[in-house]
Design a protein around this ligand. Sequence first.
Ligand code: NAP
Length: 315
Amino acid sequence: MSKVYDVIIIGAGPAGLSAGLYAARAKMSTLILEKEKNGGQIVTTDEVANYPGSIHEATGPSLIARMVEQCNEFGAEIKKDGIVDLSLEGDIKTLTTESGEVYQTKAVVIATGASPRKIGCPGEKEFVGKGVSYCATCDGDFFTDLEIFAIGGGDTALEEAMFLTKFARKVTVVHRRDEFRAAKSIIEKAEKNEKVEFLMNSVVEEIKGDGIVTSIVFKNTVTGELTEVEADEDDGTFGIFVFVGYLPQTALFKDKVEMDATGYIPTDADMKTNIPGVFAAGDVRVKSLRQVVTATADGAIAAIQAEKYIDEKFH
Ligand code: NAP
């Protein structure tokens, strides 16, 4: 526990990797801790069409691989380890990890992102990986020539529904209201796709099966009527892809950093949280646009502000 890092970044998604790049390039000793796979949500995306300069062959995984390579090139360490406890008060912050390591650092960048929200209905948990999925890129292929229900009414639900038509015979978008939240341009594109159908004013009440999903029960949000849809006899099953938004990964920071009522961390324009030396970047932050381009911008700002903070505090 002797080394005191300049910056420890929690999370290796676009925000964390960008913070790592900028911190390492500023010659700060930099450690990025990631409890799962590098990349966060973007590695579940097949196409990254709206990150400037990222066209043609750009996929989520390829973009992240290049970001990781760039971090390594400038000397940022990246380790796979989850944090189980942390102390953020005081000039030197302490982070204890699952592997039993205790790290010390002058500044922390929280870049833990957000993860898919669950429907919360009976059967959902039980059938994850057996018909229920949160990632079209990862699991779409399993449903080649089968039917799929895509749950949600935002940009993700409609975009992923269209992507899933590459595999599925038919994709039915199920939304709880009669109006989509998604952008007009995305709705129009989905409406033109002959393999996409829509079931409005409906929520999933229950998912049933026997080892794999065999039926789904919908409740009409206007009439309250329940309808059970069973798998086509020849198919035996179908896919349920859930795209009902995201939840911030901030449980670890409860009572340690200020959060809003939904668990996102407010910052100022310099990515500063309410705790000196603690910054937040990317989807975990209160913000109006959660995209790779805004996450990487946040990460850069957080790293540069961490450098400024360390200069003023320790030199
Ligand atoms: P979102 O915009 O929060 O939409 C979530 C959808 O799920 C909403 O339609 C919501 O219904 C529905 N929902 C929430 N809880 C539900 C439940 N328990 N049961 C059934 N439905 C439920 O999430 P998102 O679509 O993942 O998008 C997240 C952010 O990423 C947005 O800012 C979006 O613009 C952005 N994004 C952008 C792009 C792009 O620019 N190409 C692509 C993907 C995502 P209500 O509408 O009734 O609330």
